[in-house]
Design a protein around this ligand. Sequence first.
Ligand code: BGC
Length: 795
Amino acid sequence: MKKILVLSIFISTSWFMNAQEQDLKTKVDELVSQLTLEEKVSLCSGRDDWSSQPIERLNIPWIWMADGPHGLRRAPATNKAGYGDQHPATCFPTASALSATWDTDLIYQVGQALGEECQALGVNVLLGPGVNIKRSVLGGRNFEYFSEDPVLSGELGAAYINGVQSQGVGTSLKHFTANNVETMRMYMNSDVDKRTLHEIYLTPFEIAVKKAQPWTVMACYNRVQGVYGTQNPYLLTKMLKEEWGFEGIVISDWFAVVDRVEALKSGMHIEMPHVSDVNDEILLQAVKDELVDEEVLDNLVKEILMVVLKAKSLERDEVDQNVVAHHQLAREVHGQAITLLKNDDAILPISKKKYKTIAVIGEFATNPRYQGNGSSEVKPTQLDNVLDIIRNEYGKGIKIKYAQGYNLKNDTDYSMIKEAVQLAKESDIALVFAGLPLHYESEGIDRKHIDMPAAHNKLMAEVAKVQVNTVAVLTNGSAVAMPWINEVSAVLETWLGGQAGAGAVADVLFGAVNPSGKLAETFPIKLADTPASFNFPGEQGNVIYGERIFVGYRYYDEKQIEPLFPFGHGLSYTSFEYYDLKVSSKTINDKDILKVSLKVKNTGSVAGKEIVQLYVNDTESTLQRPEKELKYFAKVDLQPGEAKELTFELSGRDFSYYDAKRDRWIAESGDFKLLIAASSRDIRLQETIALESTQQIPLMVDKYTFAKELWDNAEARELLKEYMPNWIKGWTPEGKTMDEANIPGFFMEHPLIKFPYITHNEITHDEVKELIERCNKITYTPSYRTFKEVENVSF
Ligand code: BGC
């Protein structure tokens, strides 16, 4: 009964939504028919810094856009920059912390809270989330992005968008795409091959668009394969709209537009902010000169108005900003993000029975670093610090002493270390708060190295020399080197925790919250070990994506490099057992849904949450593939002794690679391993399944195709036999068939254009052309096995 009721409510709401959308469409069509050409053009750029263009004559309203992503940076007015004088708003942990939760439900809740604050402060579109891949550890905006992995980034981005948009507020999925370096960000060309672009840099956007339909997408500053992101028809029209079905509008990153007309023609709707009337005039003239079809303009304007009118219709009056509840939520969220990297002898959580005097060392304990530098900077509604929270909430019955340890304004001022070391010596345990000061991580500037300030590293090492119970509590938005790692007992990675982060850090240190964060990015031992180290930030305006698809853990696996801490790693105060892995079938095809289930049990004595990761490994493939690729993950909450079953559903795409030649995803027949892991380097369970592809892909032959590619294909081989029988017979041993010919690899690696030469003109140039045409009618089922035969051919 209940189910039926729920279903009918769902049907009627979706019917209502459709009816509402239909009404909007009709209204928009009417409006556009009444607009002058000048008015239509004017709608394609902002009115000022933060708002869209209204048309008062027709009661077309404007909407307010504001940064994002981890809190609202709302300027006092839409024509004010809003740095420093923005309205206070809840500062949540930044994306690198949010991603360490691996918790889509929680990120949805953060989105809801952000949406609520937008409603309260009159903002219609929040400029976030950023789902760009952390290609290099040096990326200046890494703190603002989720992960080095496309699936994790996309899923978390989708959760964020769905949360914000559930409040009738839009989002802007940014920065579309391959925006992975801050150096020369207005010009840099991301020189990325097509397969990598699809598998790594487009996938997070694709997931977020398909699962959450952001109202807007923000086109990036950089060029991608030589074309600016704001005027890139392949990205803005072909991928976004045609392939993924994006229904919203594209806005430019601030001042990102270079060629206004090309931008419009490529599918970019609104130039932000309002740069000058000159750009409107250029556009107007282009339409008058028929360089742009007016219908193209009309369609873009219709899509703009759909978003504007929808946003306006969903505005709510008198929404409370709810800052007290949001501060509490920010604390809870950060508690789930904090990542316990090392915990020798279970030194954490701090036992008040064991440790009576606690040394709190490091300026970050009183003067927290809680967010990154740049456009995402939020003015917090309040700001906690760890020292006060520890004293007020956990200090009863113990002594808490503080030493500053370093000077945040001077990286090489060692003058305070002595006092800190003395305090550590006299205490039972030392908590050393260190990390990256604000100026180390900033939009617009890449990092030059991965070191913490010299004074922080020295302080840590010196304290560890005198205090065996030294806990490193790190504050940073991206990976850092830890030269003192073997000297300290524990490392707590606390990221950039937002305004309430201090409370969460104290909760984890004292065990009120069991840490459950895991790394969404690999921590390297040294910079030289990192995937992009040869190609970052790029030279002369070009950055070669030389590591190709081997980004993040894919690279460390391929190169067999031991990271400091691997992707997906994070400890808990309890332990978990993984068991009972089951698959719904050992053989599937690419259209099937494969169900994979397993059980996880909390085998320790405290409640805890575990993040389970599912990776796929293609055991043999035609193209080079990473050793493992994350496809699914889940966070499971377990009481001591409790077990739960998790189920994942895999589809053909999860086994596919992107074939750049054929421009499509291919799931090749063959064996695949399913790896169930606690981190990318901690595989707990595995199973092998066989995939039988049903795809039919074109052989795709041209004059440079190798002989072996034809020989491998049964149909094409028949054609070779038809055109050059004598040559093949010449390589066929006595008593064997032509199919068993022993053609040397040397000849097999000749392209078709050279066939007339190697066969001494048995096949002519004209016949080669004919052969190519006939081969191009052939389709086949992709399978690794087809290429095996060739490898056996000896010279
Ligand atoms: C940033 C965007 C931001 C915009 C508006 C740009 O410089 O790249 O992320 O949303 O400014 O502040």
